[in-house]
Design a protein around this ligand. Structure first.
Ligand SMILES: [Ca+2]
Length: 243
C-alpha cells in the first residue's frame, strides 16, 4: 500500500470513527457540549500549574494542567476507547473495531473547559501504531478540529476538521520526524484561524486555515488500534485576537 493510500485510509478511518457517531448524534453528550467553563475545575489544577510537577516543559499562565500524578483522570470525560492512568501517564487505547463499526471516537475531553483561542502543551508517545492526536473546539463528534501527529514512516502532522459532519483534510505536508516509542513535546497555539505548532521547541507550522469550529472542548484522541501515552497536559485560555 502506498504512503498516500495509507494516509487516505487513516484519514477515512478517522472520519469513520468520528463521523458515524457525530451524524446520528445518539452518542453525543449534550451536557458536555453545553457546559460552560467552570473555574473550580481549572483551579483544582493549581498544584501542577503552580510548579509542583517535577517533569515536563512549562506553558506560562496555564489555566489547566494535569500530570496524572494523582493516578486518576477525574478531570477528563472519556467518550470512547480505553483510557487509564498508567505509571503517571494517561494512556489511550483505540478500540479494535472503531474504524469498521464507527462505534467509538476514541477520545477524551477535559471536563468543564471550553476554548476558542487556546494554547496547549503536552507530551505524547506512540506505544502501538503511529497515530495520536489533539482535539480542539469540539462541540460533538461531528464538529471538531483534530490534529494527528503521526510517527515514522509518515512523520507528518495532519490538520483536519469535522464540521457539520463534513470531513475536511486541510494539510498533511508538515514533517515531524519521530519514532514509535519516542516522546515528543508538542505545543499548539490556535488563535482565530491561525495555527502554530512546535515540536520539541522547534517551530514546524505557522499558517491560517479556514476552520469553521468556534468555542469548544479540548481533548486527546487515539485512532484505530493505536496506543498512546500522554502526559503533562497544560492548557492556557487565550483571549480574543486583536481586531
Ligand atoms: Ca506524569
Amino acid at each position: 500500500m502506498s504512503t498516500l493510500r495509507i494516509l487516505n485510509h487513516a484519514a477515512l478511518c478517522l472520519v469513520g470513527s468520528l463521523l458515524l457517531l457525530g451524524c446520528d448524534g445518539a452518542e453525543q453528550d449534550s451536557t458536555m457540549a453545553a457546559s460552560p467553563a467552570k473555574s473550580s475545575a481549572i483551579s483544582s489544577a493549581a498544584g501542577f500549574c503552580g510548579g509542583a510537577s517535577t517533569s515536563g516543559s512549562w506553558l506560562e499562565n496555564a489555566d489547566f494542567c494535569d500530570d496524572f500524578s494523582d493516578g486518576t483522570d477525574t478531570r477528563w470525560e472519556r467518550l470512547g476507547g480505553s483510557w487509564e492512568v498508567v505509571d503517571n501517564e494517561y494512556v489511550g487505547t483505540g478500540l479494535p473495531d472503531a474504524c469498521a463499526t464507527g462505534s467509538s471516537a476514541d477520545e477524551t475531553l477535559i471536563r468543564d473547559l471550553r476554548a476558542q483561542n487556546v494554547e496547549m502543551r503536552l507530551e505524547m508517545r506512540s506505544q502501538q501504531r503511529v497515530d495520536k492526536g489533539i482535539i480542539l473546539r469540539s462541540t460533538g463528534f461531528g464538529d471538531q478540529i483534530a490534529l494527528n501527529f503521526r510517527a515514522d514512516p509518515f512523520n507528518d502532522l495532519v490538520v483536519q476538521e469535522l464540521a457539520g459532519c463534513q470531513f475536511i483534510l486541510f494539510d498533511s505536508n508538515t514533517q515531524i520526524p519521530h519514532q514509535v516509542g519516542q516522546t515528543i513535546d508538542v505545543r499548539v497555539k490556535l488563535v482565530g484561524d491561525q495555527l502554530t505548532v512546535w515540536i520539541d521547541d522547534r517551530l514546524v507550522l505557522d499558517r491560517s486555515f479556514p476552520f469553521r469550529a468556534r468555542p469548544g472542548s479540548v481533548g486527546l484522541v487515539v485512532i484505530d488500534e493505536g496506543v498512546t501515552a500522554f502526559d503533562n497536559v497544560q492548557v492556557a485560555l487565550l483571549g480574543d485576537p486583536p481586531c
